[in-house]
Design a protein around this ligand. Structure first.
Ligand SMILES: [Zn+2]
Length: 1153
């Protein structure tokens, strides 16, 4: 280990736009004018840091040693496997290392904003009085005298076209039918006059158009973007959903779009535009802010919230993160006040009048007619009618402006797939220009109206409040759950099409792993002065796969993609793309793994179509669960495990294999303990040909380890490292035993327990969980129920893809002991209970592992709704926790937020998105459920947590998709991890009071990471004999980076030449780091955290060193970047510097390969 001589602490903190980074510079750095005393002080601090570093390193060494000791000394079959003697002292050490100042961040209260959404909810009645023409508001009046020559109303009318990349039609079909024409006409018609403006959001469509356009059209677009007539807003690949998406994919879809924009148009977006996602997440505001955007517009927010915010002129606010302790995350946000983003609902409060100013609805248009539902059609503007028409429109503008603090007004002019003809551009541009010209000519009207972009609007707004943006209130919280009318809550789409929601997470995991190993390989190749041509071409071909996978993942983040609110054939189209992306990522992983493990890389002739390894399971069909790969054991098989996380992983792996009498060797060729369990072909038949083997592996950060599986020479009795699982089945049929298992068939069961050194799980006589105790502490009663909901009867509006409109409280799924098979497979490493219930096959798995998987229970539900009519099924945890009305759910996997059960709201309003995690807690215990797939979650009673699993609905719910949800995949898998954690006595953490923010425990974070980013198993393919010669391991990191520091991505940039294949960037690899915020009141079993640099403000920045993570990879120069690497933000640093990361914040560093 290289110990640096460090001497100066150099605070750059708030100079940097995206947060405070503190750097330790080398002694040779000359900072003139520093006070010697300060330097001495700093010297002391640095000394302490060095000691801490050393201590941390020692701890890590200890863990490494203990783990290898443990693996060597795993208990034999005869011993009680639960008594892990070695692990305990290490755990104590580690608990100690979670220092008191880790708590200072969560214990410090968040900055109190002017508006806290949690408090707004607690005060609102949510009544729904008829407001007149503005149905969900009130009769707006204004005082004409407020406008004057000095105080004119400045109106910016923003033409836009909302293009869904897939919904009723597929992405491609929409492009061919509509978007191609929209973009062609946009470039042509906007360019005709200098005062015409337009905004565009979806880069996926722009890329489509770019590819088929000639250079002249491309140049024209670029010129219009350069001169500000066309503004690219947000610049994401799509306008992503904000409920079900995970921040990894949100960042990816933004980065994919921004990377395109940078190279094709040289443009950096500054304004966000999210007019259609169904409920708005504060995580999105954060990601946009960190990407260099300054302002944003949102639309779909509960009508009662809009009304309450309008009444206080709070529709424009500084959106602040709940975790923010000093206001650095503030993002200026404009909320649209009315029902929709279409023309009738954007000029002012009266849709009957606004509709008359949608000139696409002119009957003379010659296009397919669209009528105004309010039955008053628009009139073409002429010299005769212009005064009357302008006055009518201005009245709406003025009324709308009363809802905002300034005299600057934003008016959207567009709708879904609008402006597809040149005629429509003319209709809108020409008629509006006449209105503007007339209005502006009337000096007594005190108005200045014009076409504008979002930039025009926000520039003017900010100039109007030049003295201070502070005049807008700060606001914290999010805008879920959305309702557009009455009690129509959009909580159904949190769960619709759960199969594809899980497929999204599977793809995220593969893509992330592929990105990381690809970037390591790219850096490895750069160790030579020039990358040989054969490698360069190999990397380019893999970059093409990577780039395709990024785009396919990004596309599905669309608000009619992952939401499950598209037509059946459209979700099939997305699924096919995701399957292709998974396979492409698997190819990259196995190719790069082979390269990195190869002992003679210089002589290697890489072949993209050679399969060196089978990676995990086979995703052979886009709408079926993957097929578990079977290892056919002839003699010996080497299996490489790849860990994409930046911390060491010790965990149980389970592989399917053709033999049961096997032995497993670690990379030092030492035999380790292995358990064999049966594979059930049906609920009462064991496979004689396939078996599951489980053993504990250890893989270094971002590294690989090889284990060898061999046929054992001798009998199973002689195979002392082999544990044969005990099989108990409750069934009324006989079940034949299959060697080596003896099946104990019973017609009734007693209650039973399964346990390891951390956990004891009790099950009732029906095989369902009843209680959990953790670390020998008191037992929490935790039982699992399955409940179902129907939908409303008669002519009432019914549940569909978007809406959840239940017919009453959930009813427990009835079952009888005769129907329900229970099977228990118990072994020294892995025990599992499988219960077959109506609608669900429910599995609970407990691992006897020294790793994080020894701390939680795995829960997997295989859901089968075939043949059901209007039925939704949920899993309900019923516990004895005194959690009251509160529970916590996450926003995009980035942050936890407090939810309450509101008495004034109906059942369907109590469900919230659960993209990653939820927990309930009381003063003694916390129960956390981590989820692999996004689903809807609620806590309907104290001590309960309920997760929707799947929904089958026979009708449309009138939000446009025009169909029910009847394409359920059978079976659909839902995977969870359940943690029961006792709180350290008298430790407060984030508990108590009515704080809006919550923080998972460190163990919960790691459990979630294990679920989302599993270790990959790479089985050497038979066709290739080279694996025998490969290195046993790959250990790029010097030490783990601390369990609270997460490598979100390590992403090599893509060169996107117009007429050639894509290539990897030779100058840019983006490292995205997230410092997790965690509640320190729960012992972080077996986990180390980064050293804290507690500054005077107790901001405890987590210490991180790139040099320790990548001692032998990447160049010395490191640049701080905006989140999507569009902009250089902050100083260049060196790889050897120690970087301080603030809790909850995400950072991007650009490395040289
Ligand atoms: Zn849309």
């Amino acid at each position: 280990m290289r110990i640096r001589k460090t001497s100066l602490l150099f605070g750059l903190s708030c100079l940097i736009v995206f947060g405070c980074i503190v750097l330790l510079l080398g002694k040779n750095k000359n900072l003139a004018g520093d006070d010697q005393n300060d330097v001495d002080d700093l010297e002391k601090k640095v000394k302490k840091l060095e000691q801490d570093l050393k201590r941390n390193y020692e701890i890590v060494q200890k863990i490494g040693k203990s783990v290898s000791d443990l693996l060597k000394d795993s208990p034999t079959q005869d011993e009680d496997p639960l008594k892990d003697k070695i692990i305990q002292p290490v755990l104590k050490n580690l608990v100690g290392s979670s220092a008191a100042n880790d708590c200072s961040f969560v214990e410090k209260l968040p900055l109190e904003p002017n508006v806290q959404m949690l408090h707004v909810y607690s005060k609102l009645k949510f009544d729904n009085p008829d407001g007149g023409v503005w149905k969900q508001g009130w009769d707006i009046q204004y005082d004409e005298s407020q406008f004057s020559a000095q105080n004119k109303l400045k109106v910016f009318v923003v033409p836009h076209s909302h293009n869904d990349p897939g919904w009723i039609k597929t992405f491609q079909k929409y492009y061919e039918d509509q978007t191609r024409h929209i973009l062609n006409n946009m470039v042509r018609k906007v360019g005709e006059k200098d005062n015409r403006k337009f905004i565009w959001a979806e880069i996926s469509y722009l890329d489509f158009w770019w590819k088929e356009s000639d250079q002249e059209s491309r140049d024209k677009l670029k010129q219009l973007v350069d001169n500000g007539q066309i503004e690219i807003v947000t610049g994401g690949w799509v306008m992503n959903d904000e409920a079900n998406t995970h921040y990894y994919a949100m960042i990816e879809q933004l980065t994919t779009g921004h990377e395109w924009l940078k190279q094709k148009l040289g443009f950096s977006p500054t304004n966000g535009w999210a007019i259609d996602p169904f409920g708005m997440s504060s995580s999105m505001a954060y990601l946009l802010k960190r990407s260099g955007l300054e302002n944003m517009v949102i639309q779909r927010v509960h009508y009662a919230i809009k009304k309450a915010m309008s009444a206080k002129k709070n529709l424009e606010f500084r959106w602040r993160q709940n975790w923010d302790r000093d206001g650095q995350t503030d993002m200026l946000c404009h909320m649209m006040p009315f029902y929709s983003y279409d023309v009738p609902h954007t000029c002012g409060p009266d849709p009957k009048i606004c509709c008359q100013f949608d000139f696409r609805r002119l009957s003379s248009s010659g296009q397919s007619p669209i009528h105004c539902p309010w039955k008053v059609p628009p009139q073409p503007i002429t010299n005769v009618n212009v005064e009357k028409r302008a006055s009518l429109l201005l009245d709406q503008y003025r009324k709308k402006s009363t809802l905002y603090k300034t005299n600057v007004l934003l008016v959207q002019l567009g709708d879904d797939f609008r402006y597809d003809t040149a005629a429509e551009f003319d209709q809108q541009f020409i008629n509006y220009q006449k209105l503007f010209d007339y209005m502006n000519s009337r000096s007594d009207w005190f108005v200045e109206a014009q076409f504008g972009t979002l930039k025009d609007y926000f520039d003017s707004l900010r100039a109007n409040v030049a003295q201070s943006v502070e005049s807008f209130p700060s606001l914290s919280g999010d805008f879920f759950t959305y309702a557009d009318i009455d009690d129509h809550y959009w909580s159904g789409y949190y769960t619709s099409r759960p199969f594809y929601k899980q497929l999204d997470r599977v793809l995220e995991s593969y893509l992330r792993s592929a990105e990381i190993i690809y970037s390591m390989t790219w850096s490895h190749l750069h160790r030579q002065s020039t990358v040989p041509e054969r490698f360069r071409s190999w990397m380019s071909r893999m970059m093409a796969l990577l780039s395709e996978a990024r785009r396919h993942l990004s596309l599905f983040q669309h608000h009619d993609g992952i939401t499950g609110t598209e037509k059946d054939h459209v979700v099939q189209d997305y699924a096919k793309m995701m399957q292709t992306a998974i396979q492409g990522s698997q190819t990259i992983i196995q190719q790069c793994a082979h390269f990195l493990l190869h002992p003679a890389q210089a002589n290697l002739e890489p072949q993209l179509n050679t399969r060196h390894f089978l990676v995990d399971d086979e995703y052979s069909k886009p709408n079926e669960l993957p097929r578990k790969s079977l290892i056919r054991l002839q003699d010996a098989k080497r299996v490489v495990f790849y860990n994409s996380l930046a911390s060491e992983r010790v965990q149980v792996v389970t592989l399917r294999i053709s033999e049961y009498n096997v032995e497993v060797m670690n990379e030092k060729s030492e035999p380790i303990k292995v358990q064999v369990s049966p594979v059930f072909i049906t609920s009462h038949q064991l496979s004689p040909e396939e078996f599951d083997i489980s053993f504990v592996i250890s893989v270094s950060p971002l590294g690989m380890s090889t284990y060898t599986i061999r046929k054992f020479v001798g009998t199973t009795q002689e195979n002392t490292n082999l544990n044969v699982a005990r099989v108990v089945v409750r069934d009324f049929r006989s079940i034949d035993s299959v060697a080596p298992f003896t099946v104990d068939v019973k017609d009734r069961l007693d209650a039973f327990t399964l346990e390891n050194s951390n956990l004891k799980a009790s099950f009732d006589s029906n095989g369902l969980l009843s209680a959990i105790s953790h670390g020998g502490r008191e037992t929490a009663s935790v039982s699992i129920q399955f409940v179902h909901y129907g939908t409303r009867r008669g002519n009432e509006p019914k549940s569909g893809a978007y809406l959840f409109l239940p017919d009453g409280p959930g009813r427990v799924v009835e079952s009888s002991a005769e129907e329900n098979g229970v099977r228990i497979v118990e072994g020294s490493i892995r025990s599992q209970v499988v219960v077959t219930l109506p609608l669900v096959v429910h599995q609970v798995t407990l691992h006897r592992s020294p790793g994080i998987d020894g701390v939680h229970l795995d829960i997997d539900n295989l859901v089968n709704l075939s043949g059901q009519t209007n039925l939704e099924v949920a899993m309900r945890l019923v516990t004895n926790l005194d959690s009251g009305t509160a529970f916590y759910s996450d926003l995009n996997g980035l942050q936890m937020t407090r939810r309450e059960k509101w008495e004034q709201l109906p059942l369907q309003a109590q469900f919230y998105p659960m993209p990653a995690m939820a927990y309930i807690e009381d003063s003694a215990t916390r129960i956390t459920l981590a989820t692999k797939q996004p689903l809807g979650v609620a806590s309907l009673s104290s001590g309960q947590l309920e997760v929707m699993l799947d929904r089958r609905l026979n009708q449309d719910d009138n939000r446009g998709v025009g169909q029910g949800v009847l394409d359920n995949v059978i079976p659909t898998l839902n995977s969870f991890r359940l943690l029961v954690e006792p709180r350290i006595a008298s430790c407060k953490g984030s508990h108590g009071g009515r704080r809006p923010d919550g923080y998972p425990s460190l163990s919960a974070h790691r459990s979630l990471h294990g679920l989302l980013y599993p270790v990959h198993q790479l089985v050497a393919d038979n066709q290739d004999d080279s694996p025998e010669k490969l290195h046993d391991n790959f250990k790029p990191a010097l030490s783990p980076s601390g369990s609270d520091i997460h490598v979100v991505n390590l992403r090599t940039g893509t060169q996107l030449p117009d007429d050639q294949a894509v290539e990897p960037s030779s100058s840019s690899v983006s490292l995205v780091l997230h410092r997790l915020g965690f509640d320190c009141c729960f012992p972080p079993s077996g986990l180390v955290v980064s050293n804290n640099l507690a500054d005077n403000n107790n901001n405890n920045e987590g210490e991180f060193s790139l040099d320790r993570l990548f001692p032998d990879y990447f160049g010395n120069r490191v640049r701080s970047m905006s989140l999507t690497s569009l902009q250089h933000q902050g100083p260049d640093i060196e790889k050897s510097f120690t970087i301080a990361l603030r809790p909850m914040e995400i950072y991007t560093f650009e490395l040289q390969p």
